[in-house]
Ligand binder design. Sequence first.
Ligand code: SF4
Ligand code: SF4
Length: 294
Amino acid sequence: MEVVVASGKGGTGKTFIASNLTYFIWREEGVAVGVDADAEAPDLLVALGGSRRRINAREVRESRKARIDPGKCTGCLRCFEVCRFNAVDVRGGVPSIIEEYCEGCGACAIACPAGCIDFYVARTGYINVDESAAGPIIVTADLEVGGRNTGDLVYLAKEEGRRLAWELGARHVVVDAAAGIGCPVISSLAGADLLIVVVEPTPPSLKGAKRLLDVAEQFRLRAYLILNKYDLAPDYAEKVAEELGIEVLGRVRYDRVVAEAYASMEPLLARDPQHEVSKTLTSIFKHLLECVLH
Ligand code: SF4
Ligand code: SF4
């Protein structure tokens, strides 16, 4: 099954949950595949100790970009007028395309009376596959600096994750989604079996989770809740659970060992398996494997 861990807002502990879940599955089943779908700031591999061995790295070229033939350009600036992405720069009456901003929509080429705009395919980023130091195999969507087609890259990373899971006999793929509800998150949710929403007891986190669940509903995804750092505001945590109205998988308390584990690049379950927070995680993940993902 494909399990997406998402939050609708950054900083809630999503990667903490995703990395420990991937590690837990690896420890229980001997094999686990994780996909880091946060292409702009991937850190799932880091949370699992970094790379022990690079298995594969593939360049992805999926980004269509416009270019202007200066020899044919008449300087009418129709391209500048129609571009909604501010990707046409004009200096001294001469237009040029800013590659990082260009979405390849084609409006400028349609508008250009001189027919001097065509397209090329630029690098979107990389799909890296690593054996993490902690054990699980991690597929990372790594966006080119200034790149934008994160949805495509996430789609390809998930495809690679599914292929590897099939090849290695892994029963589950854990996807660590990007924060928010943008294109990469939508790609993360597409085709998944289950969503775990990680929420902290704050109004922005609740708001983000509600928006995320609205998107997930369109994919008819089963959704479950993990209340992270719930003890920082226990009453509000219960309000979050009530307002979201989805099954609560568990409540994880705040503890500085979480930050310490992250700083040492180790999943908490490996670093300190007897700690109270590790015991909570173990109980949540056991229930998930035995009662939800069976
Ligand atoms: S629309 Fe075409 S001809 Fe006009 S300025 Fe742009 S590139 Fe040049
Ligand atoms: S292809 Fe679209 S985004 Fe790119 S320069 Fe032309 S109008 Fe702007």
